[in-house]
Design a protein around this ligand. Structure first.
Ligand code: AMP
Length: 290
């Protein structure tokens, strides 16, 4: 079993001992309710690092008022079993007061084009919560490598920016999206879906594939690619799109024509679950399908 701790001081002790032994440190930040998507990050960290630290923390500052903070799925015993299977060394599962003690008043926020579109306008303050908690985790653990999923594409780009701008001496390692056999991106929030909603949710990835296909057929006009995806998704009455956008894969600026890699990204409500997904088009296809 991994060593499980709620305290910053104990994580630091473990990391310091590993450093003295010459081991590299890998960090996988999560909110728990671990599934195969998380496990692929953890396995990659296990392959590449001497000490693997997984954080499990449902970070309150990244939930916007009215979102699912209270009912977000939590399963620490199951999570620890999964961490054990992968050979994780340390699980850091702090209480909110450990991360945000009374009097705490510092935020870390990325500005500019990365936070102009996609999820940002729909979840005001969300990415500020993400960057704030990740900056703290980076300072607590001091990893050489930190692992993030491409499923949360905007988050990945924002964390890359934050780590570069704040000169964190670490590599951000992106990991392809792990999907269910029908293409649905794995997510802790998929447990919110009834069996009927679960079927409807497969339309999200079908739509993204239709956009990809339009590009493969030679379409370069962004509005047409988005339309091809939208047509497929809107044919599924159980899905309510929040946004569907094609943006530059690095800057996340809106694009009119695809001349460089671009990300076709969406958020949608299926029942009470808000799900996100994306595919990168016009670049090396690293999305995993299966
Ligand atoms: P979360 O617990 O949802 O905050 O996710 C923790 C990390 O796992 C983030 O870096 C996510 O992008 C990543 N992740 C979540 N779902 C998947 C997935 N289906 N495939 C790959 N990575 C994922």
């Amino acid at each position: 079993m991994p060593l499980v701790t709620k305290t910053i001081s104990e994580v630091r002790e473990q990391v310091a001992a590993a450093r003295r032994a010459g081991r590299t440190i890998g960090l996988v930040p999560t909110m728990g309710a671990l599934h195969e998507g998380h496990l692929s990050l953890m396995r990659r960290a296990r392959e590449e690092c001497g000490l693997v630290v997984v954080s499990i923390f449902v970070n309150p500052t990244q939930f916007v008022a009215g979102e699912d903070l209270e009912r977000y799925p939590r399963d620490l015993p199951g999570d620890l079993r999964r961490c054990d299977e992968v050979g994780v060394d340390v699980v850091f599962a702090p209480e909110a007061e450990e991360m945000y003690p009374p009097g705490d008043s510092t935020w870390v926020e990325v500005t500019g084009t990365l936070v102009e579109g996609m999820c940002a306008p729909h979840r005001p303050g969300h990415f500020r919560g993400v960057t704030t908690v990740c900056a703290r985790l980076f300072n607590i653990v001091g990893p050489d490598r930190a692992y993030f999923g491409e499923k949360d594409y905007q988050q990945l780009k924002i964390i890359e920016r934050m780590a570069a701008d704040l000169k964190f001496p670490l590599a951000i390692v992106p990991i392809p999206t792990v999907r269910e056999p029908d293409g649905l991106a794995m997510s802790s929030r998929n447990v919110y879906l009834s069996s009927e909603e679960r079927k409807a949710a497969a339309a999200l990835h079908r739509g993204l594939r239709a956009g990809e296909e339009a590009f493969a057929q030679g379409e370069r006009n962004a509005a047409e690619i988005v339309r091809a995806a939208r047509r497929v998704i809107e044919a599924e009455p159980g899905v309510r799109l929040q946004y569907l956008e094609l943006r530059d894969a690095e800057t996340l600026e809106a694009v009119e024509r695809v001349a460089r890699p671009a990300v076709l990204a969406l958020a949608a409500f299926v029942g009470r679950a808000r799900l996100i997904d994306n595919v990168v088009i016009g670049g090396a296809d690293r999305q995993c399908r299966g």
